[in-house]
Design a protein around this ligand. Structure first.
Ligand code: PLP
Length: 449
């Protein structure tokens, strides 16, 4: 990368004057001006290069600027940039076919959206119409998107400001042994007690009033907590017992992230509805959707589905999805993520945990890993308090600053850092990233007691 500091200054100035950023106090942020990106790296206008351990917002599953996907977007733009959703269009048909061939079980119909949040909105709407029931159960420690219903389903502080006006959402605790709500000491206990808690919640809410249970198959932003064996199968059973629609949100976990096409494949579970976005086309053009089971599709066979979007199945986004899925097949990206996760990332992170007192827990699979940083390994007190901002977030900010100074862009959320590089990251790139994390963890160690 060549330095172009003046160009960078102009980009930054216009951003600061006119761009209103997500989730931010506008005057307290300092966005980096980015000049370019390729593969697992991006660079700024000073010519400084960063290894992107965050994959953007965990979506560039095949890295930046994959030439085959860029070419497919260019070809589609030249041929048919856009076309209204009521028509059958080649790129849309082909994307739907490729996705449906990979989704589990009988999830064979695809409703396309612009991203993850609206996929969740539509999944919930389908579940409510299918069952005729109002309530939706979702987990604390979850993220389902930034629109009204999706953020209300979310189980993190981003929901608090938007809680009014969306009736019918009930939160419950999903299993998470490291911070067990159930006084469990083994995964088996955690699983059994979490299922008992869910079923009791349903009993007290009124089984006949619950339309859906929505879960991230593996919760992402909330901390990459792999569900214990048997949990998702147990939720499936509970849903079947009470006629509740089971929605799995695979917006972050899907499309190779877990070293399988979908995280559901790890657990052999088939939901009634599955949401996706992000990795479906590596985020090159906005796209999301809902994969729909035969039973729920049947509800809307003779009765119109009351929902839609101008850009549902946008040809440019769908062409990017077709090319991305084909690239992932041709280049064996999913198996690569599984192999490097098991052979490189896991042993390296466990070794870091042995040497750094700030690392309380290591968990993950594929290219989907979290390090939970703590003040004290015995008490498991988080390195920063829940939802810390400003001064209270200093230890995590210092950790992130060190990683960036060493050329690695980390994913940081509360007291965690996630190792979520592109699924086609190379072994050498991973080792470079892990070395910078090692240095940054030494900074975090200074805040332990
Ligand atoms: N669901 C999950 C599990 C997510 O991780 C996200 C985004 O991070 C969303 C939904 C929302 O997706 P989007 O930001 O595309 O609306």
């Amino acid at each position: 990368p060549q330095p172009h500091p003046q160009a960078g200054a102009a980009v930054k100035a216009a951003d600061r004057a006119h761009v209103f950023h997500s989730w931010s106090a506008q005057e307290l942020i300092d966005p980096l001006a980015v000049a370019g990106a390729e593969g697992s790296y991006f660079w700024d206008y000073e010519g400084k290069r960063y290894l992107d351990l965050a994959s953007g917002l965990v979506y560039t599953n095949i890295g930046y600027q994959h030439p085959k996907v860029v070419a497919a977007i260019q070809e589609q733009a030249a041929r048919m940039t856009t076309f209204a959703p009521a028509f059958a269009v080649e790129a849309r048909s082909e994307a739907a076919r490729l996705i449906a061939e990979r989704t589990p079980g009988d999830l064979d119909k695809i409703f396309f959206t612009n991203g993850g949040a609206d996929a969740v909105e539509h999944a919930v709407r389908m579940a409510r119409l299918h069952t005729g029931r109002p309530k939706v159960l979702s987990a604390y420690r979850s993220y389902h998107g930034g629109t009204q219903q999706a953020v209300n389903l979310t189980g993190d502080p981003r929901r608090w400001a938007s809680d009014s006006g969306t009736a019918g959402v009930v939160h419950f605790w999903a299993p998470f042994l490291y911070r067990s709500r159930f006084y469990a000491e083994t995964e088996e206990q955690e699983c059994a007690r979490a299922l008992e808690h869910l079923e009791t919640t349903i009993a007290f809410e009124g089984p006949g009033s619950v339309a859906a249970i929505i879960l991230e198959t593996v919760p992402g932003t909330a901390g990459i907590m792999l569900p214990p064996a048997g949990y998702l199968a147990g939720v499936r059973e509970i849903c079947d017992k009470y006629g509740i629609v089971f929605v799995l949100d695979e917006v972050m976990a899907g499309f190779g992230r877990t070293g399988t096409w979908f995280a559901a494949d790890l657990y052999d579970v088939v939901p009634d509805l599955m949401t996706f976005a992000k990795g479906v086309n590596s985020g090159y053009v906005p796209l999301g959707g809902v994969a729909i089971s035969a039973r729920i599709a049947e509800t809307f066979a003779e009765r119109p589905y009351p929902g839609g979007l101008t850009y549902s199945g946008h040809p440019l986004a769908c062409a990017a999805a077709v090319a991305t899925i084909n690239v992932m097949e041709e280049e064996g990206v999913v198996a690569h993520a599984a192999r490097l996760g098991a052979e490189v990332v896991e042993p390296a992170l466990r070794e870091l945990a042995e040497r750094h007192p700030s690392v309380g827990d290591v968990r993950g699979v594929g290219m989907f890993w979290a390090l939970e940083l703590v003040k004290n390994r015995e008490t498991r007190e988080p390195l920063v308090p829940y939802n810390a901002t400003g001064q209270a977030a200093t230890p995590m900010n210092a950790f992130a600053a060190s990683a960036k100074a060493h050329g690695v862009w980390p994913f940081v959320n509360m007291n965690r850092t996630h190792v979520v590089p592109p699924c086609n990251v190379s072994e050498a790139e991973l080792k470079e990233g892990l070395a910078a994390l090692d240095t940054a963890l030494s900074v975090a160690d200074e805040y332990t007691e």
